[in-house]
Design a protein around this ligand. Structure first.
Ligand code: LLP
Length: 418
């Protein structure tokens, strides 16, 4: 469910005509709906109400401060994977005790910062990381609260580049090796074992891989508790998929996911943590560009002023974002390829899509771009980062401005020997 809809033939974000934003902000830009973000946070939390979840938004999906603040106020904590993300979550007012720190490569400095901030827990991904964390905590005379992230060797059935729970992936500790790492953890004086965590991949379109992973985690927890390891928290990760194109795959609803989890963990007497990213943010955001040229060649190319640097997902994961004209046209649908201006053959949003032929100057929208859109954007080809705009009802506000070309150049300098 989202709040982007056509009103008198013009795509609106909540009550705002996207032309109005384009006139003030220029193109390209990201636009988020506050109502959709808050709705998704509520739907997910309510679907899990019976297990009293700690829902930590995966900051990597959308790390804009205003978005994080909104989600924090809607009751979410944060799942972070770097000091930068942790600083963002804290700056957005999310309490440290609602923040978990994931990721395979936490550095000494990041650990020290997170310990001092007082985060809820570190999701530790190797024995090497555990030993370093113990050292860092010792130097600070603290105890680091941890879960071990286990790799259950489950095929998430998603794109290979966003699959994390197979044995060949770099993530987590093989589930059969985990007991020995817990045994090690219990010998470390500056480590406090809290729980187990798991995350098997992103954009999952079936409940089965989740269920398979969670069953394995439950068995592990029983085994650990039986051997005296005080497990009181299970972090079930994120990964629930969203619909990207109408008529495409329909991932399970949060309610279905919630029912599966509630049934599986009905007798669990500890804490349950979740780390959704995409589900909260993807359909709450769109990317708007403008048609620069309609080029007739072997194909009809719609060349826009937004490209793979603004939205990497099509080039990286063959993702398709539903592509629509902001102002509907009644010309007959024709087969076009929608592309960006970047000098790479992979700078293609979609090939051979049927849509009414736009005119040069028309606004074009790429839907479901609120997760892993702006947060993965970059300035390749020395293009300016696209700004971000938040809409609330009839009002909108720029929540990240477009940098100027002067700003783009200002941090670079000639070597002193030049
Ligand atoms: N927790 C951990 C440990 C993760 O690695 C991730 C995502 C999440 C939670 C959130 O997963 P979600 O609920 O958003 O599926 N850039 C890719 C997605 C990469 C996901 C990486 N990890 C894309 O645009 O599809």
């Amino acid at each position: 469910m989202d709040h982007f809809s056509y009103q008198q033939g013009i795509l609106h974000a909540e009550g705002v005509d996207l032309h109005r934003i384009a006139a003030e902000v220029g193109t390209p830009f990201y636009c988020y709906s506050q109502a959709t973000l808050v709705h998704h946070a509520k739907v997910f939390t309510q679907a899990l109400a019976s297990v009293n979840p700690l829902v930590c938004f995966a900051v990597k999906a959308n790390s804009n401060l205003a978005v994080l603040k909104l989600l924090g106020e809607a009751g979410l904590g944060a799942d972070v994977v770097s000091e930068g993300e942790l600083r963002r979550a804290l700056a957005a007012g999310i309490a440290a005790h609602k923040i978990v720190f994931s990721g395979v490569g936490k550095t000494r400095e990041e650990m020290a910062f997170a310990l001092t901030a007082g985060i809820h827990q570190f999701n530790v991904e190797s024995d090497r990381e555990l030993l370093l964390l113990n050292e860092v905590a010792r130097d600070l005379q603290m105890k680091a609260p941890i879960a071990l992230r286990v790799n259950p060797d489950v095929d998430a059935g998603t794109h290979a580049k966003i699959s994390t729970g197979k044995a060949e992936n770099k993530f987590g500790i093989a589930i059969d090796v985990a007991p020995s790492v817990y045994a090690l953890a219990q010998t470390l004086p500056h480590i406090m074992v809290r729980g187990v965590s798991v995350h098997i991949g992103s954009q999952l379109t079936s409940l089965e891989p989740f269920r398979a992973a969670y069953v394995r985690v439950k068995e592990l927890v029983q085994q650990l508790r039986a051997s005296g390891v005080p497990i009181r928290s299970i972090d079930l990760g994120g990964g629930l998929g969203v619909p990207y194109v109408s008529g495409g795959s329909e991932p399970p609803l949060p309610l279905e996911y919630g029912a599966m989890v509630s049934a599986l963990f009905a007798d669990w007497d500890g804490e349950l943590i979740f780390e959704p990213g995409r589900l909260i943010a993807a359909n709450a955001g769109i990317l708007i560009g403008r048609v620069t040229y309609v080029k007739q060649a072997a194909r009809t190319y719609i060349i826009t002023d937004t490209g793979m640097n603004d939205l990497m997902r099509p080039a990286l994961y063959d993702a398709i974002h539903e592509t629509v004209l902001v102002k509907q046209r009644d010309t007959a649908p024709t087969s076009v390829s929608v592309v960006g201006p970047v000098c790479e053959s992979s700078d293609v949003f979609v090939n051979d899509v049927s849509m009414p032929l736009p005119a040069e100057g028309d606004l074009i929208a790429f839907r479901s771009a609120g997760a892993y859109g702006a947060s993965m954007s970059n300035s390749y080809n020395s293009r300016l980062l696209a700004p971000e705009v938040l809409v609330d009802g009839a009002q909108f506000s720029i929540i990240r401005k477009r940098p100027t070309y002067a700003e783009m150049l200002q941090d670079e300098q000639m070597p002193e020997w030049h």
